[in-house]
Structures are given as structure tokens and as C-alpha cells.
Unconditional design. Structure first.
Length: 433
């Protein structure tokens, strides 16, 4: 039986836990533990002794629990099997996170649905080595940053969506202003995620939201920015203030006959202003032009959620007839998919938990974000573009009609088209991620 003489760590800095490959040990074996590390010995699936940094000799003096289990004979060295786990307790501050797909949220100020993405990073430190190994690592031979992001992806995505929705809805903050609250959002998220990680022996050192953005080529974003630009231009030329002041003066004079002299003075002043040249006339002409070209009222297509003009009947993206009686077969009340509360389908949010109502265009059931098929009526929802997030009504489309990105999956090696989700290319054998 081969007995290991020296055991030491030989993995990179991005590894949180690593199991030494050999389990054939013996008394007098030298165990080397680096600074900011701990070693946990397992025997028969049970965590026994914990070794701090330094050089340790496995004997009856420093492994009393192990000695009780294997019953080491008096004198001489005795072979035994045990698992040796190295746990890194250094601060890891560069773990990246992000939303894989855009989060559809309604702007509380402008009442439009906008896709939103968020990115950032967080830092952790292993506080309780035994708890971390038993509850999270289990039988994995190694646990690194990739595993950390994978295991807690559902946690941070849920918390990020909840936090951003809370700030938008309850604090009435526009999506265009959300980046001003990144520091508050970061602290808000760290406070809510820390207790969950503590259950696994992990300390959440920090959690940062680095950026919250919306796709520049999204139709709703384009329309919203265009409307804000026109409003800003109107404010710059002084339309809102001067026009309102003139109307208020004339209206007050008309209601009060005693102010006819003021009305006369206002009329004289207006006449003198008009005769002063084309500057004032050009200014008012520009105002009239802006009023005539104001953005039309919009609505959301109930089939693909695209922004369209309120006066139009058919959606330009999916061709849906918005005046057709789509509520046929729908119930007046629906069940919240988050908390199970029953509420009217005319509400936009659940009155119990505040979760946004995401209706199925066919049956009106409340759907989870990201689902492709309604579980109630099996209605297939439009697929979002992986680049710009626009809904693609045609399931067989090869290119996105909004941004033009290719929707075909191809092999990175031979560029052959790939159908389904194979692990390797059927033409050249290249591994597909």
C-alpha cells in the first residue's frame, strides 16, 4: 500500500476548495497548510479535525478524533484512508455577475415597457470551512469561481430584479434615472444576500452594481429618448414659460373688465414684438412646428409587447389585430404566479406581493419572466433577439428584423449550421459551449 509522505496544495488562486487526489495516508505524514488556508480531514463521510496554517505531522497528538476511529496501534506507523480538503480563506473580490437576458420592466414615470440589463461583481470569503464543505461542496473534487457564480445565479438574479423593481415602482424613479442610485442598490442587495450566503459558511464582503443599461436600438427606448429631447428643446427656447404667461395675462384680463388697460398694453406690446423682425416670428414658428410634430400617443401590443401608435389597429411587428376581442375565454381574475393571490386582470401588479402581472396574450394567465410557452394554454410566446431583445414573431426567422443579427447557431470551427443542443459539432467534432 502506497502511503503519502507529504501533502500540500498545488492549485490556482481562483479555487475555494480542493480535494487532495490520494486518500492513502499514514501516521507521520507531513501536512503543509499555507497562510489563509485551512485543511479539513474527512473519514467515512464525517468531517473530523481542522488544521490551520503551518506544517503538521499526522499522529495521535493532533488527530484525536481520527485516532478514535482507526484505533492506531501502540508504536510504529499505521496506514489509513482519509480525505484531505484544502479550503482557501482569502478574499476573492472579482467574481463577475450579470443578467443573461434583459429584464422587462415598466417605467413608472413614462408608462412604457423597457428591457433592462445589469452587471457588476461581488466579493466573498470562506468563514466556516466545515459548513462550506458539507453544505455546498459535497462530493465535488474542486469548487472554484465558476461554481460560485453557477450555484448562486438564481439568488442574485432574483434579488437584482426585486431591488430594481422596488426602486422603480415604490420610489417612482424612471429607468433613465436609475444609474444615479447604483450605490444605494449595491448596499440594498448586499444586505439581502448576505444572510443566505452565511448559511453556507460564506461571508459576502461586498456586492457592486456596476452598470444598469437599456438597449439603444430598442423601439421603446428610442421613442422615449426622442420625446425627452423634444421636451428639453421646448424648455430651452422658453416656450412653456412665455406661452403660459401670455395666456394667463390675456385670460385674467378677459375675466376682469377693469383690467382692460392691461389687456391693451399687452396687445400693444405684442404688436411691437411682432414688428421687430423675424427673430420672434421664427421662434414662434419653431414652436408651432414642434407642436405639430409631437410624438403620437402609444400603446403596447398585447401579443408581442412592441410599442405602437395608439390610433393604429394592427401591430407593425407581429401583425396582431389590437381591436379584436382578445378577452374571449379569459377570466376576470387571475392567480399570481409568485404568491398565489387571486386578483383582477385589470391590475398591473399583484396587490399582495407587488410582482408585475405578465399576461399570456391568449388566456391571460400570469407568466414567469423568460418562459417560451404558456403552461395553461400552451401558447408559444415570441422569442426575444439575443442581441437587442426585440420580439421575433416568426419562429423560423434567420435574422432579427430590428438589429439584423444572425439567429442561426453555427459551429465555431467549420461554421456549419447547428440544430438542437449537441455537445459536439456533427461535421467536424468541435466541442460546442
Amino acid at each position: 500500500m502506497a502511503i503519502v509522505e507529504v501533502i500540500k496544495y498545488n492549485r490556482g488562486p481562483d479555487v475555494f476548495a480542493w480535494k487532495y487526489p490520494s486518500e492513502e495516508l499514514g501516521t507521520w505524514t507531513q501536512l503543509i497548510v499555507n497562510e489563509s488556508q485551512e485543511v479539513v480531514l474527512f473519514k467515512g463521510g464525517k468531517a473530523l479535525d481542522v488544521f490551520k496554517s503551518g506544517r503538521h505531522t499526522l499522529d495521535t497528538a493532533n488527530i484525536p478524533l481520527l485516532n478514535k476511529i482507526i484505533n492506531i496501534p501502540f508504536g510504529g506507523r499505521s496506514p489509513f484512508t482519509a480525505e484531505v480538503w484544502f479550503v482557501n480563506k482569502v478574499y476573492s473580490l472579482d467574481i463577475k455577475w450579470g443578467t443573461a437576458s434583459p429584464i422587462q420592466l415598466q417605467d413608472p414615470k413614462y408608462q412604457v415597457f423597457v428591457p433592462l440589463r445589469a452587471f457588476g461583481q461581488f466579493g466573498v470569503k470562506i468563514e466556516n470551512s466545515k459548513q462550506f464543505l458539507v453544505k455546498l461542496v459535497g462530493t465535488l473534487p474542486i469548487f472554484d469561481k465558476e461554481n460560485m457564480v453557477k450555484y448562486f445565479r438564481g439568488l442574485y438574479l432574483t434579488k437584482v430584479k426585486d431591488a430594481i423593481s422596488t426602486y422603480l415602482i415604490h420610489k417612482q424613479i424612471s429607468i433613465m434615472e436609475i444609474n444615479a442610485y447604483i450605490e444605494e442598490l449595491s448596499a440594498f442587495l448586499q444586505e439581502r444576500m448576505a444572510p443566505v450566503l452565511e448559511e453556507y459558511g460564506i461571508s459576502l464582503v461586498n456586492f457592486y452594481v456596476n452598470d444598469i443599461s437599456v438597449p439603444e436600438d430598442d423601439p421603446a427606448v428610442k421613442q422615449l429618448k426622442s420625446a425627452l429631447a423634444k421636451k428639453a428643446e421646448m424648455n430651452i427656447i422658453g416656450y412653456n414659460y412665455q406661452q403660459e404667461r401670455s395666456f394667463n395675462t390675456l385670460e385674467g384680463a378677459a375675466k376682469n373688465p377693469g383690467t382692460s388697460s392691461q389687456l391693451m398694453g399687452a396687445g400693444m406690446g405684442l404688436g411691437m414684438g411682432v414688428t421687430m423682425g423675424g427673430a420672434v416670428g421664427g421662434q414662434f414658428g419653431g414652436i408651432s412646428q414642434h407642436l405639430n410634430t409631437a410624438a403620437p400617443e402609444t400603446k403596447v401590443c398585447p401579443n408581442c409587447n412592441s410599442i405602437m401608435e395608439k390610433a393604429k389597429r394592427f401591430c407593425s411587428d407581429c401583425g396582431f389585430d389590437t381591436q379584436e376581442k382578445t378577452n374571449k375565454g379569459k377570466k376576470d381574475t387571475i392567480i399570481c404566479n409568485n404568491c398565489g393571490t387571486e386578483f383582477k386582470n385589470t391590475m398591473k401588479f399583484c396587490p399582495e406581493c407587488g410582482d408585475r402581472y405578465n399576461p399570456c396574450p391568449k388566456c391571460g394567465a400570469d407568466l414567469d419572466d423568460g418562459v417560451t410557452t404558456c403552461p395553461k394554454c400552451n401558447y408559444e410566446l415570441p422569442t426575444p433577439c439575443p442581441k437587442c431583445g426585440a420580439n421575433i414573431p416568426n419562429k423560423n426567422a434567420r435574422f432579427c428584423p430590428e438589429c439584423g443579427v444572425s439567429l442561426l447557431k453555427t459551429c465555431p470551427g467549420c461554421k456549419a449550421p447547428i440544430s438542437g443542443n449537441p455537445k459536439f459539432c456533427p461535421d467536424c467534432g468541435t466541442k460546442l459551449e
